[in-house]
Design a protein around this ligand. Structure first.
Ligand SMILES: C[S@@+](CC[C@H](N)C(=O)[O-])C[C@H]1O[C@@H](n2cnc3c(N)ncnc32)[C@H](O)[C@@H]1O
Length: 281
C-alpha cells in the first residue's frame, strides 16, 4: 500500500483519514474537504511533514500527534448566548409553549441536549435562559441539560466551568452577578446552574443509536457546517429521532438544514432556524 501513497492527493488524504478513524475512532472522513485540508496543512507544517504519507509515518512514530490533530480539527469557538437573536427567539417561541404543554399534562421533566457544547458556554446559556424564564416556577421542574462534544479537552474545561473576564464580558452585569462567582482571575458558574447540566462524550457522526430520547429541545449550532451534506442528513435524522413530540430543534443562524428536514419539521423561525416536531410523518 505504501508504494501508491506518494503525495498529498485525494487518495492519500482518504487513506490518512481512514487511518485516523481506525486508530482513534475520530471520524473526519465526511467532514467538508476544504476544512479538512486546511487543518491538515497546519499539522503538516508544524510536524515538518511534506506529504500526507510523511504525516502518516509521523503519526506512527508519535502517537501523541493524534490528539493534537483531533484538537486542531475541532473548532471550539463559542460564547455565552452566542447568537443572542436565537436565544431571544427560544424564549419567545419555544419556552412559553413547551412549559404550558408540560404544565397542562402534569409533566414536570424538561430535557435539553446541547450537541456540540465546546467549553460549555452553550449549555450554561440554556440553563441561565431557563432559570430566567421560569423564575420561581423553576423548582416545579426537573431540568436536565445534556451537553456533549467530541473534544475531551473542551469537555474537561466545560465541567470545571471557569471562564475568563473576556469570556463573560458580553453578559449583562445582572446575569454575571446572578449566575457566576468571581474566582481568582476568572468567573465560575454557580452550582445552581451547573447542577442542571451534565457533560459526556458523544460523536454526532457516530452510527451508534442516539444517546438520548424523548428530548424536549435540541441545540445543534455551528457544527453541521463542517460536515458534508450526506453526513448532515444522517445527523439530522438522528436528532429528529431523539426529539419528543412536540419537540424543538434549534440550529441557529449559521446552519443550513437539508430539504428532508424542512419537510418533516415546522419552521418557527427561519433566521434562528428553530424547528418544531409536531408528529410522526
Ligand atoms: C464552533 S464550536 C460550536 C460550539 C457551540 N455549539 C456554539 O454554537 O457556540 C463546534 C464544536 O463542535 C464540536 N464537534 C465537532 N465535530 C463533532 C462531532 N462529530 N460530534 C460532536 N461534537 C463535534 C467541536 O469539538 C466544537 O466544540
Amino acid at each position: 500500500m505504501a508504494s501508491i501513497v506518494t503525495g498529498s492527493d485525494t487518495t492519500t488524504l482518504d487513506l490518512l483519514l481512514e487511518k485516523v478513524c481506525g486508530d482513534t475512532g475520530y471520524d473526519f472522513r465526511e467532514y467538508k474537504r476544504g476544512t479538512v485540508t486546511r487543518r491538515l496543512e497546519r499539522r503538516l507544517r508544524v510536524t515538518g511533514a511534506k506529504t500526507y504519507l510523511d504525516y502518516m509515518e509521523f503519526l506512527d512514530a508519535h502517537p501523541e500527534e493524534y490528539q493534537r490533530l483531533a484538537d486542531d480539527f475541532t473548532i471550539k469557538v463559542s460564547g455565552f448566548f452566542r447568537s443572542l437573536y436565537t436565544f431571544q427567539q427560544v424564549t419567545r417561541l419555544v419556552l412559553p409553549e413547551l412549559v404550558a404543554y408540560k404544565r397542562n399534562r402534569g409533566e414536570w421533566e424538561l430535557k435539553f441536549w446541547s450537541t456540540a457544547c465546546a467549553r460549555g458556554e452553550e449549555p450554561y446559556s440554556i440553563a441561565i435562559l431557563l432559570a430566567e424564564f421560569l423564575g420561581n416556577r423553576r423548582q416545579d421542574f426537573d431540568i436536565s441539560i445534556y451537553a456533549a462534544d467530541i473534544s475531551r479537552q473542551a469537555l474537561k474545561e466545560a465541567q470545571v466551568g471557569i471562564y475568563s473576564p473576556k469570556d463573560v464580558e458580553g453578559l449583562t452585569p445582572t446575569v454575571r452577578k446572578s449566575y457566576f462567582t468571581r474566582y481568582d482571575k476568572g468567573y465560575v458558574v454557580n452550582s445552581n446552574i451547573r447542577q442542571m447540566v451534565s457533560f459526556s462524550y458523544f460523536d454526532l457522526t457516530s452510527t451508534m443509536r442516539q444517546p438520548f430520547v424523548n428530548l424536549d429541545c435540541i441545540f445543534c449550532c455551528n457544527v453541521l457546517i463542517y460536515l458534508q451534506s450526506q453526513l448532515q442528513e444522517r445527523v439530522l435524522s438522528m436528532l429528529y429521532d431523539s426529539l419528543a413530540t412536540p419537540g424543538y430543534l434549534i440550529l441557529g443562524e449559521v446552519e443550513t438544514p437539508t430539504n428532508s428536514l424542512r419537510d418533516k419539521l415546522e419552521c418557527l423561525d427561519s433566521k434562528a432556524r428553530i424547528y418544531k416536531k409536531n408528529g410522526r410523518t
